[in-house]
Design a protein around this ligand. Sequence first.
Ligand code: AMP
Ligand code: MG
Length: 435
Amino acid sequence: MIELAAALGHVERTASPLPPRRCRLLEARGAVLGAPVVADIDSPPWDRAMMDGFAVRDSDFAAVGDGVVELEVAVDLAAGDVTGIVVRPGACARIMTGAPLPEGADAIVPIERAVEDTARAHAGSRVRLHERGFRVGQHVARRGSAFRRGQEVLPAGTRLGAAAIGLAAEAGATHVIASPRVRVAILQTGSELVPHDAAPGFGQTRNSNGPMLAAAVAALDAEPILQGIAPDRPEHLRAAIAQSLAADILLVSGGVSAGDLDLVPGTLAACGVEQVFHKVRLKPGKPVWFGVLRRPAGESSTLVFGLPGNPASSLVCFELFVRPALQILAGRPPGTWHRRRIEARLIATAKAPADRPAYVPCRLVQERSEWLADPLPWTGSSDLVGLAVADGLLALPAGAGVLEAGAGVEVVVLDGEPGVGVTPARGPDAGRSDG
Ligand code: AMP
Ligand code: MG
């Protein structure tokens, strides 16, 4: 059994970024660029109208100051229309947002500045425009004002969020060189397990870990590959594990403790997976197993996590151990590897176990500049009811005993917006802790 910090050190040293490769822009959300995106066009590619109104010549307004200018409408231009017409002095074009400015025109006077009912003036009639404080070139996005052809619009290292994907699309990148989506095989073991869409018979348990871990993986922009359930039978388990080792990361839940049918560590070893650690001084999550299948040079390894079968333990281990491994493989910076930790003040008592550091679901409430942590009723490693509505995990040091309300604690912040959750549904035995 090793300490949490040592275990995390092992994970961080064993994981390394997957080499960037060419991938479709449409599949690159969340990926980190391995090479810059370079624009293949100027943007805008031509002078673009940014308002609905009239494309005019600066010189027709410069002379008039704040007075009314009457112009001949030479042409109507909707977005997508182009024209060979040149706007001469004393003329203008009726234009819609997104259309290219016709030659001769320099600025847009918005439709709202047309006086009386001349706003309806189309090609062939006259419009009277009253634009106070006319600015040269107003409401026009000049060609290349956003970026130029050949310009690096996104540097290597950029994480592709929605705006970056949009910019890459604008710049003409149908494909990008980026960290590939990390493929995570998710395998459940246990002869008692039935699929989550089945009604469990007596002695059977629904597979909640599969959907739960798939959601946790997807939330990190990685690709979950559900491998289903393997019973506690060596030959079945071995076949399922061998197949799942094609992924970048394999999560096997269940069968990693010390029971007779906890076959996972032995089967992983038989499949060539080298153990890095087994058992961490931690509650919940003590049985967690970590190893690596190394391959010949040039081929990437597969990281393997044996997660405890109990769902809350499984998820806590995912958050602590799998998350940093996945972020590292995805090429993301160290600041993203672990969940944020904050200092908070307890608003109810919490009991730390004597022998192991504990992670206990809690609610977070912000009061002025301070975070308050309210431990949720929680029965332990199999209990998802509290965890499902938690904002954070109280990190309780081993041997700290009973921490009274008012004591300072560290909290691992989970997904979502702290302090806006619902009240957990509870059975009659809530609050008893045996995890
Ligand atoms: P194990 O780690 O295999 O000893 O399992 C510990 C507990 O977790 C047992 O009660 C199992 O039935 C339960 N368990 C194991 N795998 C799952 C799963 N995929 N979904 C829900 N419960 C599970
Ligand atoms: Mg089991």
